[in-house]
Design a protein around this ligand. Structure first.
Ligand SMILES: Cc1cc2nc3c(=O)[nH]c(=O)nc-3n(C[C@H](O)[C@H](O)[C@H](O)COP(=O)(O)OP(=O)(O)OC[C@H]3O[C@@H](n4cnc5c(N)ncnc54)[C@H](O)[C@@H]3O)c2cc1C
Length: 374
C-alpha cells in the first residue's frame, strides 16, 4: 500500500465532501480554507435531490437540517408571462451558511485537519506537492485536490486558460422574510440581461439570488438603480420586493463569474466542483455536480491508494474520463438553456411553446441534471 497524505485546497461543498469520503476510508486529509465557518455564500441555495443517496452513504443526512422541500417551479419572462410546473426530482432549500457548517462539523468528527489560510501557491515536483499559504508556511502532500471554487489567484499561478478570458457576469444575493412565500416553490424570474432565483431555506428565510451580465449592469450607476430600472420591471419581482423584508444589512456580491471550459486535472491536481467547471446557475445543479465530482475524485484517489499497480497518470486519466462522462453534456445544455432563456427574441418564442406544453420545462431542465447518485 502506498503511503499518501492528501491536501485539499478549499473547504466549500466539494472540498468538504471529498474530505469526509477520504477520511471515512482512513486516509489522512488536510483542508485549507481561507474563511471561517459558518459563512454566507452567493448561491441560489436550491440543492438537487440527486445527491441524497450518495450523501446518505457517507452518513450525511440532510433532513437533520430540516430543509425546505421544493417540488414546484414558477418561471417568468422579463415581461412577467408565467409558467408553473412540477419538478419531478425536486430539491431541498438549504442555506450555504448551514450546509457548509454541517459538513465541516462532520469532517472534524472524522479527524480531518483544517488549516485556516489562503493558499497562495501549489507546486508539483518529484512526485510531491508543496502548498504555500499566506502565512508563509509550507506543507508537503502526495495528492492535492483543487476545490477552491470558481476563481482564485491559484488559477493565475497555474496559468489556466480560462483566467485571461473576459468573464462578463456578476451575482448578488440576500435573504428576505415574506409571510406568504410558499415552502415548496422555486421561482425563476427573468429580467433584461439576467435572471433571479427565489426559494426558501431551512431557516424560513427566502434566498434571493440574481445573475446579471456586466453589460446590462454597467448601464446603471449602482445596484439600487439597477434593481429599480431593470429587476423590478418584472412584475413578479416588483411584487416580491414591495413587502419583503431584507435580513442582511447588505446584499453579498461576486463578480467575474466565468462559464468557460476548464481542465479537470491541472499540473497533477484533481480539480473538483467549480474549479473544474461551472454550470449556469439556472439549472440549479452546480452544488450537486460539485458533490458528485468529490465522489469521483475520492474514488479515483482510493483506487490509487490501495493498488500499487495504478500510477498517478492512470489515476488522473480515470478521473478525467469519469468527469467528462458525467458533466460535459450537462455543461453544454446549461449554456444552451441560458442562451435561449436570456435572448429576448428566442425567449418569447420558447415561452409560447412552454406555455402550451408546460411539462417541457422540467424536461429541458432535467438535461442539465444527473440521475440520483448511488
Ligand atoms: C449566482 C449563483 C447561483 C447559484 N445557485 C445555485 C443553486 O441554486 N443550486 C446549485 O446547485 N448550485 C448553484 N450555484 C452553483 C454552486 O454555488 C457551486 O457550483 C458550488 O458552490 C460549487 O462548490 P465548490 O466546492 O466547487 O466551491 P465553493 O463552495 O465555492 O467552495 C470553494 C471554497 O474554497 C475557498 N477558497 C478559494 N480559494 C482559496 C484559496 N486560495 N485558499 C484557501 N481556500 C480557498 C473558498 O473560501 C470556498 O470556501 C450557483 C452559483 C452562482 C454563481
Amino acid at each position: 500500500m502506498k503511503k499518501k497524505s492528501i491536501g485539499i485546497i478549499g473547504g466549500g461543498l466539494s472540498g468538504l465532501v471529498a474530505a469526509i469520503h477520504l477520511s471515512k476510508n482512513n486516509l489522512p486529509v488536510t483542508v485549507f480554507e481561507k474563511e471561517s465557518y459558518p459563512n454566507h455564500k452567493v448561491c441560489g441555495e436550491y440543492v438537487s435531490r440527486e445527491i441524497i443517496p450518495y450523501l446518505e452513504q457517507l452518513d450525511i443526512n440532510l433532513t437533520d437540517l430540516d430543509p425546505a422541500r421544493i417540488n414546484k417551479l414558477q418561471y417568468s419572462t422579463a415581461s412577467g408571462k408565467t409558467v408553473n410546473t412540477d419538478l419531478p426530482l425536486g430539491g431541498l432549500g438549504i442555506s450555504r451558511y448551514a450546509f457548509d457548517e454541517f459538513l465541516y462539523q462532520k469532517a472534524l468528527s472524522y479527524g480531518v485537519k483544517f488549516i485556516k489560510a489562503l493558499v497562495t501557491d501549489v507546486l508539483y515536483t518529484e512526485d510531491e506537492f508543496q502548498i504555500t499559504t499566506n502565512q508563509k508556511e509550507t506543507f508537503q502532500f502526495k495528492i492535492v485536490l483543487g476545490a477552491y471554487g470558481k476563481r482564485s489567484l491559484l488559477d493565475k499561478k497555474l496559468d489556466r486558460d480560462f483566467i485571461d478570458q473576459k468573464s462578463g457576469w456578476l451575482a448578488i444575493k440576500g435573504h428576505y422574510k415574506k409571510d406568504d412565500f410558499p415552502d415548496d416553490l422555486v421561482m425563476l424570474h427573468n429580467f433584461r440581461g439576467g435572471y433571479c432565483g427565489l426559494s426558501k431555506t431551512e431557516s424560513g428565510a427566502i434566498n434571493v439570488c440574481y445573475l446579471v451580465s456586466y453589460n446590462s449592469f454597467k448601464q446603471h450607476k449602482d445596484p439600487i438603480t439597477f434593481k429599480n430600472k431593470v429587476l423590478l420591471q418584472n412584475p413578479h419581482l416588483r411584487s416580491f420586493f414591495k413587502d419583503a423584508r431584507p435580513l442582511f444589512e447588505k446584499d453579498l456580491s461576486i463578480a467575474q463569474i466565468s462559464f468557460e471550459n476548464k481542465s479537470s486535472v491541472q499540473d497533477h491536481i484533481l480539480m473538483l466542483g467549480d474549479a473544474a467547471g461551472l454550470i449556469h446557475p439556472l439549472s440549479g445543479n452546480g452544488m450537486a455536480m460539485a458533490i458528485h465530482s468529490a465522489k469521483l475524485a475520492s474514488e479515483a484517489v482510493l483506487n490509487y491508494y490501495w493498488n500499487d499497480e495504478i500510477s498517478r497518470v492512470a489515476m488522473e486519466k480515470e478521473y478525467q474520463k469519469k468527469w467528462k462522462e458525467q458533466f460535459s453534456s450537462r455543461l453544454r445544455m446549461g449554456g444552451l438553456l441560458q442562451r435561449i432563456l436570456l435572448s429576448p427574441g428566442l425567449s418569447g418564442f420558447v415561452q409560447k411553446i412552454i406555455s402550451t406544453f408546460p411539462s417541457l420545462l422540467p424536461k429541458i431542465i432535467s438535461k442539465t441534471h444527473g440521475k440520483p447518485i448511488i
